[in-house]
Structures are given as structure tokens and as C-alpha cells.
Design a protein around this ligand. Structure first.
Ligand SMILES: [Zn+2]
Length: 307
């Protein structure tokens, strides 16, 4: 497992969107095997056919780079996190997610978001690598990490999993990372109509179903500038060139592809800054038309030393 530098050494990457500074808070770079497992149709040959993916998003062998991180920003007076990564000390079947010991919370604090200061945690969907830091272990018990925050996800998402015949590993994830937040009365379920819903002024939830039924992307607007957080509607920039490439864990692959194509069509050749939930650094960019589809024009982060 590769590790990022310690929080003490780390400069915190951010992008400016109007008046808003969107920070990327790194959790972990996922192992090389993740890409071929997650996106099996993104073969080394297919990746090699898109030289713009190198060196940031793929290596010379055509192996995809995939990261886990959170976005943190303040908008409309609310201090917000989008997704909470894998978490520490969680018992997971996937060895890359099992029993992590990262200094994510120190990084989050270094970015200016100590856990108790967070107002709102938005969960794009309820998969293990998006809800992990919802909780942390205290005296042998899983308790909400962000005890002063409301947590928010779509009602469709929560209800889908409530009716799903879960395997034990998934039940475990709900037990350690979702139920404790619900039992503390901190989880809000929202109905998100097709045209989207404003969660707080300047931040819209966009239904992008397929990866999961209630999956949300997020659109942030400030002073005429717009950013889009992908969630898992797009896992990797290779899917800009090949929107038909889906994830092995998509609940509805066709719907997922349709959501991805629709989203990419709306972003293409606009000024919108796309922030990829699993994109390796530089993580952000603009979607531009390329041959019959698209590519990502990376936009590097600025860095701030905040402590
Ligand atoms: Zn994910």
C-alpha cells in the first residue's frame, strides 16, 4: 500500500471556485490492482490508446491510478465534507480497505476542518469507500466522527439498501459506518428530483443513478463559477474517452453509462471544474471534446500550508 506524506509535511491541495476554496483531503492511494478489478474493460491496450492519461492517471504499463480522498469546503455558511473515504480500523473483505491506519483526520484538521467543526457530510452513495470516516472507534464502539454535523444522502439510496439482501461484508459496513450515524439521529434522507435539489445555497445534488440507485453528483456554484464533484458516476478519467467502460460494482450498468454520458455531455467544453472522487492528482480538470468522445484537461491544485 502506498502512503501519502504525513499531515505535518503535507501542503493541502485546493481549487478556487468563485469565493469557495475546495480542499482535497487525501486518505490513501489505492493499490495498482484496483483499476483492473474495478474497471475490467479498461484493458492496458485501451488505456495505452489514450496517451493523455499518462503520467497522472495511468502508468506506462496501462495501469490505472485510483485514489481515495474527500472534498472539504465552506459554502452558504456551511462547512461541508463530500464522502468520507474508507476509514480506519474497519474490518473489510477488500485487503486494500481492511484495517487502515491513515492520518486522514489530522489532514482534515490541517485543511481547516477539525471534525467537530463540520456542519454537513454529504454521502454521494452508501458504498464502503464513501462512508468509512462516518464513524471512528471510541472505547471499542463505533461512534459518529462528525458529532456536530448532519449527514445527508438520498432517500432512494438508503431505501434501496434497506431492501437489499446484503452479504455479510456489506452488513458489517452498515453496522460500523451507517447504523451508528442513524442511531445518533444524524442522518437525513432527502428526496432528490430529476432536475436536482439545492442542499445549501450554492450546492446542488444531482441524481446520477446507475452505480447505485440513489447516487448523487454535486454541483457547486459561486460568483458565476461552477465545479462538479463526480462521486462514482465517473471513477476514472479513462471513462471520458470510453464512457461505456463501467465499474464491476455498478448496480445497473446501463443506467450508469447513461448517467455518465449525460453528465459528460453537459460538462463538455464548458468552464466547469470537474473534481473526481477517485481521480489521482491532479484530480481536477475540464472536460473537452476529443475525437468522438472526451478527454480531461487537468487543472492542478494550488497548495496551502495551513498549520
Ligand atoms: Zn467509490
Amino acid at each position: 500500500m502506498s502512503t501519502a506524506p504525513s499531515a505535518d509535511q503535507a501542503a493541502v491541495p485546493y481549487w478556487t471556485v468563485g469565493d469557495v476554496r475546495v480542499h482535497r483531503v487525501d486518505e490513501v492511494a489505492l493499490p495498482a490492482a484496483t483499476g483492473s478489478w474495478l474497471l475490467p474493460d479498461a484493458t492496458p491496450d485501451l488505456v495505452a490508446g489514450q496517451p493523455w492519461l499518462r503520467p497522472h492517471f495511468a502508468d506506462d504499463e496501462g495501469t490505472l491510478r485510483i485514489d481515495s480522498h474527500t472534498f472539504a469546503f465552506t459554502v452558504g455558511g456551511s462547512r461541508i465534507l463530500v464522502d468520507t473515504g474508507i476509514g480506519n480500523g474497519k474490518e473489510r473483505a477488500n485487503p486494500a480497505w481492511h484495517d487502515l491506519r491513515t492520518d486522514f483526520l489530522q489532514r482534515l484538521t490541517a485543511a481547516g476542518f477539525p471534525p467537530d467543526s463540520v456542519d454537513l457530510v454529504i454521502l454521494t452513495h452508501l458504498h464502503a469507500d464513501h462512508v468509512g470516516w462516518n464513524t471512528r472507534r471510541e472505547n471499542g464502539k463505533w461512534v459518529p466522527t462528525f458529532r456536530n454535523a448532519r449527514y445527508l444522502t438520498s432517500r432512494t439510496e438508503r431505501e434501496f439498501w434497506a431492501g437489499y439482501d446484503m452479504e455479510e461484508a456489506r452488513r458489517q459496513m452498515f453496522r460500523d459506518s451507517v447504523f451508528p450515524v442513524e442511531e445518533a439521529g444524524l442522518l437525513d434522507l432527502v428526496d432528490v428530483p430529476a432536475e436536482g435539489l439545492e442542499a445549501v445555497p450554492g450546492l446542488r445534488l444531482l441524481p446520477t443513478p446507475g452505480h447505485t440507485p440513489g447516487h448523487l453528483a454535486l454541483e457547486l456554484t459561486s460568483r458565476g463559477r461552477t465545479a462538479l464533484i463526480t462521486g462514482d458516476c465517473i471513477h476514472h478519467p479513462v471513462q471520458l474517452a470510453h464512457p461505456a467502460v463501467g465499474a464491476c460494482v455498478d448496480i445497473d450498468p446501463e443506467r450508469s453509462e447513461a448517467s455518465r454520458r449525460e453528465l459528460l455531455g453537459s460538462l463538455a467544453d464548458t468552464d466547469t471544474l470537474v473534481l473526481g472522487t477517485h481521480f489521482a492528482p491532479p484530480t481536477a480538470g475540464r472536460v473537452v471534446t476529443h475525437e468522438d468522445t472526451y478527454r480531461l484537461l487537468p487543472v492542478p491544485a494550488g497548495t496551502a500550508r495551513l498549520r
